[in-house]
Ligand binder design. Structure first.
Ligand SMILES: [Zn+2]
Length: 484
C-alpha cells in the first residue's frame, strides 16, 4: 500500500458528485489530510479556506468548474500476474484507477500482501481484493482436492475463491464448501453448467457474462436442445496428473490461451453460438435478471474483453493510439492473435461473433434494467488489445453503448464496488472519513459517460497528481517499457 501523503491538500470550489443518486453539490472545499477526507466545507468567496490552507501549508488545488468523484475501481484485472507490473500499475493510476480487484492470485501474492511487500510501485492503485490460485483440474480435479485447496486459500487469507476451469461435478461442492467457510466465490461458469443453479448455489460474482455459452444458452427459447448440443461437445482436456512444475507449465499454456480464448473455438462451438444468438429471448434474459437480483448474484460483464475477443481483427484495436504504452513484444502477441483470428475464422463465423456481441450488449441492458448488481472491469493485463487503464475507460463506453445510463456506470466503478467489497465505510462516495482516492473531472459525468475520460487530476492516498503529473507518469511508462 502506498504511504499516505504527508502534506495536506485542499480541493477548492469543486462540485461533488454524489454517487448514490447523482446529485451535484457545487461550491465545496474538500480538505484532505493523512490520506483521508478530513472535512468538506462550503467554498468561501472571501478565500478564507485558501488563507487557512496557507497557514497549515496545505497544497491548494483550484477546482472551479470541475467535478469530484471517487477514484475508479477496476473490478476485474490481472496486473499482479506479471513479473514486472510497475508500468501497468502506473498506467492504471494515470487513468484514474485508484483500486483494482486482482483476479488471479497465488500463495506468494497472499504472503506478500500480509507482509506488506506486494510489488507495487510508489505510484500505484491499491489492491482491493486478492484471491489464491485459480481453481483448475490440477489443484481441484476432484471434490476432495477442491475442498482442501479452498480451505488452504481461506486460511492463507484469500479474499475470495476464483473458479474457472473446474468441471460442473466439482463446481457445486466447491461453492458449498466456500459458503460454509464464509469465503465468496467468483469467476467463470464452466461450460455445461446450469446458470440458474449456479446463482441459487450462491456464487457471488459471475465474470464476462458467462463467459462463452453458459449464460447466453440460458437465455435461449431453445435452452434444452442447446444444453444437449453443449453436452455433446468433447470435454475440455486439461492435464490432471500432478507432476512437479506442472502448475507452471499449465500457467504458461493458459497465458497463451488468455490472449484470445475465442481463437480456440471449434466449428461446432461456433454453430452452437449462432443457434444461441438466433434463439435469444429478451423475456428469458429478464427472467434470469430477476433471479440474479433476488439471489444477489453480481455480474461483471467486462464487455471490452468480450468485444476485443469477438471483434479481434477490428481496426479500432490495431490502430489504438494507446498501444504506444505497451511493450513491443506484447503488442506483437496481440497482432499475432488477431492474425490467427482472421486466418482461422471465415466471414460467416465472424458474422456470428459480431451478432453474439450485440446480444451480449442487449443482455447487459436487460440485466441492468432488471436490477442486477454489476461492476465495471476491464480484464486487462494479459488479454489482447487491453491496455491497462485505458481499457477500463473503454469498458465505460461499451456499457454506455449497451444502454446503461451514465450514473449507473459511475456507480459500477465506485459506490457499487465498495458495496461488493463490504468497504462502504472507506470508499465509494466523496464523504468525510473516506480514503482520499479521488478523480477530478473537467465535465459532469452524470450528463455524459465521456466525461469520465476527461480527467483533470487524480488523488491517490491523499497525494495529488495534476494533469501535468499524469502526463509525466504516462510518458514515463511509454519510455521505460522494455522494447522486446
Ligand atoms: Zn480475468
Amino acid at each position: 500500500m502506498t504511504a499516505a501523503s504527508g502534506r495536506a491538500l485542499v480541493l477548492r470550489n469543486v462540485t461533488i458528485v454524489d454517487t448514490r443518486d447523482g446529485t451535484l453539490a457545487p461550491n465545496a472545499d474538500v480538505h484532505v489530510s493523512g490520506g483521508v477526507i478530513a472535512a468538506i466545507t462550503t467554498a468561501d468567496p472571501d478565500s478564507a479556506a485558501a488563507a487557512a490552507a496557507a497557514l497549515t501549508d496545505a497544497e491548494v488545488v483550484d477546482g472551479s468548474g470541475k467535478y469530484l468523484i471517487p477514484g475508479f475501481s477496476d473490478m476485474h484485472a490481472h496486473p499482479l500476474t506479471e513479473k514486472h507490473p510497475a508500468g501497468d500499475l502506473e498506467l492504471m493510476l494515470a487513468n484514474g484507477v485508484t483500486g483494482f480487484r486482482q483476479m488471479s492470485g497465488s500463495p506468494r501474492l497472499l504472503r506478500e500482501r500480509s507482509a506488506g511487500t506486494l510489488p507495487l510501485p510508489a505510484d500505484s492503485p491499491g489492491v482491493v481484493a486478492l484471491p489464491g490460485s485459480l481453481l483448475t483440474p490440477l489443484n481441484a480435479g476432484t471434490i476432495a482436492d477442491a475442498v482442501a485447496v479452498i480451505r488452504d486459500q481461506a486460511a492463507a487469507g484469500a479474499d475470495f475463491i476464483k473458479v474457472a476451469l473446474i468441471t460442473p461435478q466439482v463446481f457445486f461442492p466447491a461453492v458449498a464448501e466456500a459458503r460454509k467457510l464464509g469465503i465468496p466465490v467468483a469467476g467463470h461458469l464452466p461450460t455445461g453448467i446450469d446458470v440458474e443453479r449456479a446463482s441459487r448455489a450462491g456464487i457471488k460474482a459471475i465474470e464476462h457474462l458467462g463467459p462463452g455459452l453458459t449464460i447466453i444458452a440460458g437465455c435461449s427459447t431453445d435452452e434444452v436442445s442447446l444444453a444437449e448440443a453443449i453436452a455433446g461437445l468433447p470435454a475440455l482436456r486439461l492435464p490432471s496428473i500432478k507432476l512437479p512444475f506442472m502448475d507452471r507449465i499449465l500457467m504458461r499454456v493458459l497465458r497463451k490461451v488468455v490472449i484470445n480464448p475465442v481463437n480456440r473455438l471449434t466449428p461446432a462451438e461456433v454453430e452452437i453460438l449462432q443457434q444461441a444468438v438466433d434463439t435469444f429471448s429478451e423475456e428469458r434474459a429478464a427472467e434470469l435478471a430477476g433471479l440474479f437480483a433476488e439471489d444477489g448474484t453480481w455480474q461483471v460483464p467486462t464487455l471490452i474483453r468480450l468485444r476485443t475477443q469477438y471483434l479481434c481483427d477490428a481496426p479500432e484495436f490495431s490502430q489504438d493510439p494507446d498501444l504506444r504504452y505497451m511493450a513491443h513484444s506484447t503488442a506483437k502477441s496481440w497482432r499475432d492473435a488477431a492474425g490467427t483470428f482472421t486466418a482461422k475464422f471465415p466471414p460467416l463465423s465472424r458474422a456470428t461473433f459480431r451478432a453474439a456481441y450485440d446480444v451480449l450488449l442487449r443482455m447487459t441492458k436487460i440485466f441492468n434494467d432488471g436490477g442486477v448488481k454489476m461492476l465495471a472491469g476491464s480484464d486487462s493485463v494479459g488479454a489482447a488489445w487491453e491496455v491497462p487503464g485505458p481499457s477500463l475507460h473503454r469498458e465505460f463506453d461499451e456499457l454506455a453503448r449497451a444502454g446503461v445510463p451514465p450514473l449507473r456506470i459511475l456507480q459500477m466503478t465506485t459506490r457499487d464496488a465498495a458495496e461488493f467489497l463490504g468497504a462502504t465505510a472507506t470508499m465509494g462516495t466523496v464523504d468525510v472519513g473516506k480514503h482520499a482516492d479521488l478523480v477530478l473531472l473537467d465535465a459532469n459525468p452524470i450528463a455524459d459517460v465521456a466525461s469520465l475520460h476527461q480527467i483533470s487530476a487524480v488523488i491517490r492516498a491523499g497525494r495529488h497528481y495534476s494533469t501535468a503529473d499524469l502526463t509525466h507518469l504516462k510518458d514515463r511508462v511509454r519510455t521505460t517499457n522494455p522494447a522486446t
